[in-house]
Design a binder for this molecule. Sequence first.
Ligand code: HEC
Length: 447
Amino acid sequence: MEFLNNFVLPQSAEHIELLHYMLLILLFLFIPFISIVFGGTILSIIYDKKGSKENSDYHSRLAKEIIEITTINKSVGFILGVAPVFTAIIIYSQLLHNSEITNLNYLVLALLSVTVALIFIYSYRYSLSFNNIFTSISKKDLSDRIVLEDVNKLSDESHRISKKAGIFGVVFLFIGLWFFVTAITIPSVYTNWNADSFIVGMFSWDVVSRFIFYLFFALTLTGGMILFTFLEDEKKKRIKDEEYSLFVKQKIIRVTFYNAVFIPLFLLIILFGMPENSLTGTVFTYSIFSLILLFFGYHFLYLLTKQIKGTTAALLFFALIFSIAAFIISDQKAMMTSTKFHSAILSAEFDNYFAELKGEGIIIEINAAELYEVRCASCHKWDQKLVGPAHNDVLPKYLGNEAQLVAFIRNPVKIDPEYPPMPNPGLKPNEADAVAKYLLETYESRK
Ligand code: HEC
């Protein structure tokens, strides 16, 4: 994806943070939507097959209603299914500019697969509705036998084609989502940055466990959404067939339950598999929050098995939506932590670029404290290690040896194996002098 690098502008630290939040919002839109489309298509295909096999009208009707509920309509499919992946490519290429992380290839493949998948899925959806028209014609008491036969034949043919489209759609979406999950997982998991190869990246345990988690969540969320929409429709009295209504509720509650039970297991696997670098307090808190919301979801699901009520279904659906949102935040926080080092390099590049734009060479009074805040404080604290060591631990050896400190700041060398190497902060000689003096003086005065 070399060409993407050419589009990228240097970003200030504030912009980088903003990009992280944009990414978060985009995932909030994309992940729930695409999960529901995925789950809805699978359920619809299964019920449609059952409907044909057992000649059960209820199953066929449910198949059609599910795909209509879950795919909303074509334009929503494009806005929530394709546009976010495209935007994610642009954001990631900014955030990970010049890094060794190679998640853009996966994202581009995800974009292609998801687009193809949605085309198939929407053809499935519209042809299924179309198909129902045939079925209803052939059910009418047609006096002309020949016409009836023709209509039946046409109906079978169109049904066969629509089923194929549905299956292709699911397969492409499955692959597309796998690429997507790989792409968003790699930057969150520091140790995976240098995945040995394209395939190893996809099959690494971090990626696979997240992918399975998302699959179970997709089906659970789909169940929640169907129950919610279905009960809403019922409230508005659009569905009058009591027996059918009971059939749907029982089926969907069961599907939702069987998928929901596996989620906590994978959530914990993901959490405990996270490398120490990424697993901060915030990440942990959001994951636990996600788990708690999920347990609320279980509770509402349980209530639904006792008594079917619209408000309970709504609560179930929202508990699930917020649970997945909390998980997304947790994963993105992990990414912010593991790319912090890289972000600091990028914003240092920005500062250089900006200084060049302003025109250097003019003697400006150097404000060492400010320079330190901007260039160093993102990685260092005085009494606590951050990305780099605490100053209090390393400065003693430079007391009375300022020149060596200046040399290190101007051209950092690898020192402590516990830390990654410090990137060159790109200071000019006089700036490095000022910062070194500032560090030693502050150290003395803090004693
Ligand atoms: C991107 C993060 C990052 C930034 C920005 C950064 N450092 Fe560091 N710094 C590190 C890391 C990581 C180490 C540990 C390097 C090692 O031990 O090899 C380090 C080590 C040091 C050390 C200890 C060297 C030693 O002898 O052990 C000093 C002093 C230091 N940094 C000063 C600075 C100053 C001054 C700035 C700002 C001009 C700065 N750092 C900016 C990450 C950073």
